[in-house]
Design a protein. Structure first.
Lengths: 134, 134
DNA sequence: TGCTGTGGTTACGGAAAGGGTACCGCCATG
DNA sequence: CATGGCGGTACCCTTTCCGTAACCACAGCA
């Protein structure tokens, strides 16, 4: 395999692990930007067990502000991770649920969560050692 | 399972998927901050096939600035994902390699990359539909 | 007559991330 | 002598993220 920079139709393409990565339109970075926000992945995990209403989410995650809750839900809805259903009750209730896409994302997300829990101590240790030397 | 907010020793703890999440010291968010940067995960992937030197990485990822390359490598080294070895040649050459921790992270990372590649079209489609309605 | 809950939107501002440019010492090459 | 590669550092700027606070309509309840 040639691990060098390639040029395909004028695009900047990087070969990584044998897979061409289009830097100008990178799917991985696109997804990472979506779920890399402060609350996005936690929101998906919170909805893993079933739909929840706006105020239920607010009580479930007390640290999030109303503004960020709205924005996070909008972003995830926009990218297709979850659906928003309004029930015309009085007062109107809004239910958020994972879509098929959102549920499929739980697989890599949970693996990532497990890795984080297992290796967090090692990371903190490495960080402390690095800071001690510097 | 009780999906409610709990209070353990004054810490803010959220139950999610049956796992208690300490919001003030969350391992997942800590790891996410590390590898959620613009270049961090690409850097780890670039080193998956073997060690590379500073200038090799610069040529491999042409879009990164020298400043960001240095900063990304420092961050990943600090958290223990990669090692930095200086060879006293003339001029001195510096080699970056994944540590055991870094290699173990390739497992969830590659799953995430695969998911992104598979579902990027669905996300773009959902986004376009959302924007069309709004 | 206020107060609470539901589901938000908007304005404002600080902090952090990201990036451009210039510059450094050292050495080899032309 | 000048240029280029190596592996960075310092300074400054722009953009994005995120939080606080205020405000909205509507209904129920005291």
């Amino acid at each position: 395999m040639n691990r060098a920079t390639g040029a395909v139709k004028g695009k900047r393409v990087v070969m990584v692990c044998g897979v061409p990565m289009d830097m100008a339109n990178c799917p991985v970075r696109d997804v990472m930007d979506n779920i890399g926000g402060k609350w996005n992945s936690l929101m998906i995990l919170s909805l893993a067990d079933g739909p929840l209403r706006f105020s239920e989410l607010r009580r479930l995650i007390p640290d999030i502000s109303q503004r960020m809750l709205t924005q996070t839900l909008r972003d995830l809805q926009r990218d297709g991770y979850l659906s928003r259903t309004v029930y015309p009750t009085q007062p109107p209730s809004v239910e958020y649920a994972l879509t098929e896409l959102g549920r499929s994302f739980l697989v890599p997300l949970k693996l990532f969560v497990d890795w984080s829990l297992q290796n967090h101590d090692a990371i903190r240790k490495a960080r402390a050692e690095y800071d001690a030397v510097a």
